[in-house]
Design a protein around this ligand. Structure first.
Ligand SMILES: *Cc1c(COP(=O)(O)O)cnc(C)c1O
Length: 418
């Protein structure tokens, strides 16, 4: 092992604390964490120079590959001007351009205003606070509860975590959170009636529930949820933190059914996976209820609308056009679909698969844990993380047909050879 690698691991184990990690296992003498040092397209290189396919897009963030010349250049150009200025009291060119571009994806009478923040959790916090404050200012202050779905994931800050339906992560903090009613599925929601009129909003990850082992909603379900919300006068929050920016085949998952929420939360892929930046989009109707000093939305973060982040996001949106990214997603998704069908058949019940666009969950029922399988995949040169026994395959959208085949070969060598 190179001296630098040794040094970085020692400092990490001595001083750092990782997310969602048992630090005892992380710091165990038999464990060698990878130190990722460099990236190029869909590839990552560790500090020893070994190359890995980034099969979960660096925790679902990366869109066009690492070290993309155009995003790099956009950040450099912005850096020559200014890196960050306060959005509290001032505007900035990149944020103006980005807000306009984001709204342009949606029909005129839908999402029309963009509130920037830093990450997926804050995008959700912001939607929650807006939904609650809107009710206080429009004569329904008793509407203080939220509805979320079982096994949903909406982030880790207190508010966002209280909407989380993944019991193993969130149950210990329930008692501190806000009131949330969990629905097992859409059917259960449709049968529910908010007779006390105390629900502020429903939150849903349209298209795919990521952390729920890539559960794919049935076509039509987001329309049913929207209709239920309209009947009950309840607002709808779509959390597209993971599904946004092309992963499901559409730019946004909600576009598949032409269904638009009252709040749309975006983060992970917004900057192409380069910088922490998030956006909560909402309608003119919501926005108008916040006009006037006593109604203003007192919420914000120091790095709101960071100029480098906005520059990266603008470059990422341009690449979608220039490189016909959604066409590549369509062709690659078809190849992925064929392969998933094949391995599920070949496995005789030991593998079940779920897919939407370039998002796949491959669930293994052969006695091995997801973690064991991912360790074997890493040795092959493929990086991903399991969710329980489901292996996530969510590559950057720029993946080529050859690279996809290469990934399939690595997966098969681990799935089928014992
Ligand atoms: C990742 C994720 C979040 C949280 O985003 P962070 O940037 O990690 O705070 C929220 N919702 C969904 C659906 C996510 O996948």
């Amino acid at each position: 092992m190179q001296a630098n690698t040794q040094k970085w691991i020692e400092a990490d184990q001595a001083y750092a604390w990782h997310p969602f990690t048992d630090q005892a296992a992380w710091c165990h003498e038999n464990f060698q964490p990878l130190i990722l040092e460099r990236g190029e397209g869909i590839w990552l290189f560790d500090s020893e120079g070994k190359k890995y396919l980034d099969a979960n897009s660096s925790i679902w963030t990366n869109i066009h590959g690492h070290n993309h010349p155009q995003i790099n250049q956009a950040i450099r150009d912005q850096l020559e001007r200014v890196a960050h200025t306060s959005y509290l009291g001032f505007g900035n060119p990149r944020a103006s351009e980005l807000a306009e571009k984001l709204c342009a994806f949606f029909p005129d009478n839908t999402l029309r205003k963009v509130f920037f923040s830093d990450n997926g959790s804050t995008a959700v916090e912001c939607a929650m606070k807006m939904a609650l404050q809107y009710r206080m200012q429009t004569g329904d202050p008793q509407r203080t509860k939220f509805i979320a779905f079982a096994n949903a994931y909406h982030g880790d800050t207190m508010g966002a975590a209280s909407l989380g339906g993944v019991t193993r992560f969130f149950d210990r903090f329930r008692k501190f959170g806000i009131e949330v009613i969990f629905m097992k599925n859409v059917e259960e929601l449709l049968a529910y009636s908010d007779d006390e009129k105390n629900i502020a909003a429903v939150i849903m990850e349209p298209g795919v529930q990521g952390v729920n082992q890539m559960h794919v909603w049935k076509y039509g379900e987001i329309t049913q949820v929207r209709n239920w919300c309209d009947e009950q006068e309840v607002q709808l929050i779509f959390d597209e933190v993971m599904t946004g920016f092309g992963r499901t085949g559409r730019m946004f998952a909600c576009q598949e059914e032409d269904v638009y929420p009252d709040f749309l939360c975006l983060a992970k892929g917004l900057t192409g996976g380069y910088m922490p930046l998030a956006a909560t989009l909402t309608t003119a109707r919501i926005y108008d209820a916040f006009l006037g000093e006593k109604n203003a939305f007192y919420y914000g973060h120091s790095y709101t609308a960071n100029q480098l982040g906005c520059a990266a996001a603008l470059a990422s949106l341009e690449i979608f056009q220039r490189e016909n990214v959604l066409d590549n997603v369509a062709s690659r998704s078809e190849e992925l679909h064929q392969w998933l069908t094949e391995i599920a058949e070949k496995s005789e019940g030991k593998i079940s698969v779920r897919q939407k666009g370039l998002i796949a969950g491959i669930e293994i029922h052969d006695g091995r844990t997801g973690k064991e399988i991912c360790t074997l995949l890493q040795a092959q040169g493929l990086l991903t993380r399991p969710i329980l026994n489901t292996i996530v395959f969510m590559p950057p959208l720029c993946i080529t047909s050859d690279e996809l085949q290469h990934a399939f070969t690595m997966f098969e060598s681990v799935f089928f050879v014992r």
